[in-house]
Ligand binder design. Sequence first.
Ligand SMILES: Cc1ncc(COP(=O)(O)O)c(C=O)c1O
Ligand SMILES: N[C@@H](CCCC[NH3+])C(=O)O
Length: 463
Amino acid sequence: MSRSAHPAGPRYADVHTEGHYSPPPADLNALDEKIWSRTVRRDEDGVATVAGLPVTRLAEEFGTPAYFLDEADFRARCRAWTDAFGKDADVFYAGKAFLSRAVVHWLKEEGLNLDVCSGGELATALDAGMPPERIALHGNNKSVHEIERAVSAGVGRIVLDSFQEMVRVAHIGQRLGRVQPVQIRVTVGVEAHTHEFIATAHEDQKFGIALADGQAAEAVRRALRLDGIELIGIHSHIGSQIFDMAGFEVSARRVVELLAAVRDEHGVELPEIDLGGGLGIAYTPEDDPREPHEIAKSLTAIVTRECESAGLRTPRISVEPGRAIVGPTAFTLYEVGTVKPLPGLRTYVSVDGGMSDNIRTALYDAEYSVALVSRRSDAEPMLSRVVGKHCESGDIVVRDAFLPADLAPGDLIAVPATGAYCRSMASNYNHALRPPVVAVKDGGARVIVRRETEEDLLRLDVG
Ligand SMILES: Cc1ncc(COP(=O)(O)O)c(C=O)c1O
Ligand SMILES: N[C@@H](CCCC[NH3+])C(=O)O
């Protein structure tokens, strides 16, 4: 194939002939509302704004790289979930996606509950005043200390992940003179269509107790006999970034089957089921996420139908969306440093962050979008790879994307849909300073998690 030696990398026509890439968007300046948070626009000068604030001003005030989180969008998504599921269900925001004290305040105000999976997340929730009865504690290896803190704080539920943990929690409950409400996390044997590392309902993995071979039924048997815990329900989480509802439906059906078996064996109707989180969001225009009301409708319908046919009272349903709430509400703003054209291949665009603020591309081959946001450009599309500044060739933020061919050092580019699992999975690799999270709302911006400093790093290093 002949390739034109474009100084800034290949032209669309070249790569398109190879057929490896989706075509570039018709307008590189467009900010697709499916991917960007709801208040993102481009102003008349071509600068992107969020909550009415130009990104150029935000970069000056807060520096780059930085995450900008659209508070109004976050709250709207919380409400969409609670409205969709209604009063007879509970929405637990999965704090692992991103948690800070400000987020806890928003959740409290919007009537959501909170799923935490570590002592650190629990401490953040309690410190910010989340009522303990609205907290659920997860984790496949909760420490004794974490369990003690949760039980003595009076968390609403602990989700038991193993037989050993069941005994641990029961003993701690007895020692502290409490009866801790618990659910049992089961693996339902569903192959969720997502990356292997984020699928959690097949049996060959660390989470949960398998329904297969009667393991889960045995767990229920033991839990019902133990003092110090009260079994209130069954929990299933099949994975993350899932679009196909079929996996959730199979999971709901199998959990209801277990409830029926428990009723038949023990004469007990467990009052709750939790179907976990895992709903996918749009990272690129090709992704087509389901809306909360569609999800609620289909999950509620399947649980109700299965319960009716088993002659069970419909249990109270809960769900644990993390990514679907916070993911689309934030973007990461970077400054372009080195631009390295490789004629006939692509152009490497280096930014001032990388795998330390977004590990998802390296870890899961995740796909992201990117746009030039500090100005409009009518230059032609240039096949680009957005890379970070770390000492790894796998330090890729956006593997394949089109940016305008006149992109230059000093331009600002933004990667949307980085609200979930980016700051929360950020690292200090190469002694990078983890970026701040800045909440923006109605023309105002405030830091909710500050940027790390070299002093922070040096303070940890005690010589
Ligand atoms: C038990 C549990 N609940 C909820 C979630 C949240 O998942 P997501 O952010 O995909 O909604 C996770 C993470 O996958 C999880 O492990
Ligand atoms: N951290 C993962 C998802 C795992 C969620 C927690 N069980 C991601 O970024 O997609």
